[in-house]
Design a protein around this ligand. Structure first.
Ligand SMILES: [Zn+2]
Length: 284
């Protein structure tokens, strides 16, 4: 027992001493599952001041005329082995990686195919929308969860650039920029703006968007089964040194069934590692 306590205390201390100084270290009762294993080590060493939009600004190191607006996974990344490859920079691509080093381009991108999925909604308006591919996958996943007796609601989906401006600015006004950056993406840096990501709830509410949501049936089920429908938990426990965000057991990201299943089977926890990208613990 003493040993368990010590381990928990150590993890809490580690989470609390990141540069961001966040307010939400993971609960010391380990969230069910596996993500406690590998600490974010090697990848963070590559966090240099490289340009975030891979294409276009590279200072002529290669002769090959690379496409200006797309980039594929690095040849050595695990994802490079999949039969079908997608762009990591096109916001309309299921493999788009947006993080604190990789803003959306254009910053005010709007998905062309926003729709409201036929699932239990805990929101209305734009937040009840997803891009059409993600919406279809969400409908399948929510139905499968229901069949297993798990209640799942769509708590927050699409968020426009304008909404993100308002959300982020209100955080800055009330808590200051440093703390805002741990709680809300800057405008043009949010996965919610792409339609590829959404937050789930469970219809209860007590643990909505809270660390204890990780132990609720909806989160446990989504973590175990999401890949079957193309989803991964985008900000897993203890990988904020790579993703830039503390554990969000409610935030799911669509990358397609093949990639999500492969990533899960390999035990890879972040999109940055899966696609061979640098860690993005903070804004450049
Ligand atoms: Zn989210």
């Amino acid at each position: 027992m003493a040993k368990l306590f010590a381990v928990g205390a150590g993890l809490t201390a580690l989470a609390a001493c990141t540069p961001d100084g966040g307010t939400q270290p993971p609960s010391s009762s380990s969230p069910s599952g596996t993500s406690a294993s590998a600490a974010p080590t090697a990848a963070s060493s590559s966090a240099g001041p490289e340009t975030s939009t891979a294409a276009a600004t590279e200072p002529g190191t290669v002769a090959a005329p690379a496409p200006a607006t797309t980039s594929a996974p690095t040849p050595t990344s695990p994802a490079a082995g999949l039969a079908k490859q997608y762009s990591l920079t096109d916001p309309a691509s299921p493999w788009l990686v947006v993080n604190k080093h990789r803003p959306l381009s254009p910053a005010d991108y709007v998905p062309a195919d926003l729709v409201q999925p036929n699932v239990a909604l805990a929101v209305s308006g734009e937040a009840a929308q997803l891009n059409s591919t993600t919406a279809a996958a969400a409908e399948q996943m929510f139905a499968a969860a229901a069949q297993d007796g798990v209640t799942m609601t769509l708590a927050s989906g699409y968020r426009s650039y304008g909404t993100q401006v308002a959300t982020y600015n209100s955080y800055v006004a009330s808590r200051g920029q440093a703390e805002a950056d741990t709680a809300s993406a800057r405008p043009g840096f949010s996965e919610h703006q792409t339609g590829w990501a959404f937050d789930i709830g469970d219809g209860g509410g007590a643990c909505s968007f809270q660390p204890c949501f990780a132990e609720q049936p909806a989160a446990v089920w989504a973590k175990a089964n999401g890949h079957r429908f193309g989803f991964v938990v985008r900000y897993p426990w203890m990988f904020h040194g790579i993703t830039g965000y503390y554990y969000e057991s409610w935030h799911l990201r669509y990358i397609g069934v093949e990639a999500a299943t492969d990533m899960t089977a390999r035990g890879i926890n972040t999109l940055e590692e899966y696609f061979g990208l640098e860690a993005a613990p903070g804004y450049l």
